[in-house]
Write a protein that binds this ligand. Structure first.
Ligand code: CS2
Ligand code: MN
Length: 354
């Protein structure tokens, strides 16, 4: 297991690299150039500067999350070939700075979705929560709702400047059903694979979060059979998955340890997001501390599955709670993610101890 920590860059993340360096076992920073729009290529100089900053703090920078895939690629619009050429450029540029894994997603319009960014647990900590009863009937009503509860932070994809595009994006997706989205996904994967194989950079798609359709938009990275379909686009270790235990586990029908065993067992899981969630009612959940008994997932079984099938995978804690008075970027505070790492390290040591 190569333990990592997601970091949003010196300008945007209140957590300094020096503090991350002090979490036992962390060797990797999971990073991105967040200001470059999807579809554009990442310049070599910017990449090298960011990697140098991370390495100067005594950490490595082998995992990028995310190089976002543009909606033009997902919809199959004419600009997609230019965007794919830029993506290929980025793959080459990242490889020259030692990047080994690119995490990305293939969700239309939005990244993850929650209805509450500061849901209070009985112990006073705050977590991200999703209550299907609170999902507004339209994306615009949802935005107003999210903004009210967001404390200045917004869900990814819900930035106010993007709202203007949201309506036209919804129109553009009107003709994209699951089959069409899967075709466009196949087209993308088949186009980037030669570069991944040449440059030794593994693509690792993140599951949809939540793993079911929202606002009538198709979602096709939800469960084991979806992952098998994606694997068949191009069967290679370079066409792989970020197995996010929380996202997959939000659907109680997904047997997360079995999914890890299946795909990591075929060398398709270079990156694991370890997170616990608690099911509350059908279609609803809140996030939880990493400890198994705080949520609905068996984190010990999950780490055992990783240890037995892909012990070299990169792992990071996924979202953490806000605790001890910290008011972090929702899901991305320091304290609870550090606690999560300490716990995952403990499981790992116990599981792998000779
Ligand atoms: C992440 C996702 O914060 C999170 O939940 O796991 O946003 C993830 O970075 C993207 O979906 C991957 O592109
Ligand atoms: Mn995740």
């Amino acid at each position: 297991m190569r333990m990592g920590f997601r970091w949003f860059g010196a300008a945007d993340d209140p957590i300094p690299l020096a503090h991350i360096r002090q979490i036992p076992g962390v060797t990797q920073i999971v990073w991105a150039l967040f200001d470059i729009p999807a579809g554009e290529s990442w310049p070599t100089g910017r990449i090298a500067a960011q990697v140098a900053e991370i390495e100067a703090a005594g950490l490595r920078a082998e995992v990028v999350e995310s190089v976002n895939v543009s909606d033009a690629i997902k919809i199959g619009q004419p600009e997609r070939d230019r965007h794919i050429a830029n993506y290929i450029d980025t793959i080459g540029n990242l490889s020259r700075s030692g990047v080994k894994v690119i995490c990305y997603n293939f969700m239309p319009v939005f990244d993850w979705m929650r209805t509450d960014l500061r849901f209070r647990l009985v112990d006073g900590s705050a977590v991200l929560a999703y209550d299907s009863a609170l999902i507004a009937p339209s994306a615009e009503e949802m935005l107003a709702q999210v903004q009210r509860g967001a404390d200045g932070f917004l869900l990814p994809g819900w930035e106010p400047e993007r709202l203007a595009q949201v309506r036209s994006l919804f129109e553009a997706y009107a003709c994209v059903d699951e089959a069409k989205l899967a075709d466009n996904f196949r087209y993308f994967i088949q186009a980037v694979m030669p570069a991944c194989e040449e440059y030794d950079v593994r693509m690792a798609v993140h599951p949809d979060d939540p793993p079911w359709p929202i606002f009538g938009l198709p979602r096709i990275v939800r469960n084991a059979s979806d992952l098998r379909r994606i694997e068949a686009f191009h069967d290679s270790p370079y066409n792989a998955f970020t197995l996010c235990t929380g996202s997959l586990g939000e659907n109680p029908d997904n047997d997360v340890p079995a999914i890890i065993r299946e795909f990591a067992g075929r060398d398709k899981a270079p990156f694991i997001h370890a997170r616990n969630i608690k099911h509350t009612s059908p279609g609803s959940f809140h996030e939880a501390a990493h400890l198994s008994k705080e949520g609905s997932l068996d984190m010990c079984e999950i780490m055992l599955a990783v240890a037995q099938t892909s012990p070299e995978s990169y792992v990071r804690p996924d979202h953490g709670r806000d605790i001890w008075g910290e008011r972090g970027r929702p899901g991305y505070g320091l304290h609870d993610r550090a606690l999560g790492i300490a716990y995952l390290n403990g499981l790992w040591e116990a599981i792998t101890h000779g």
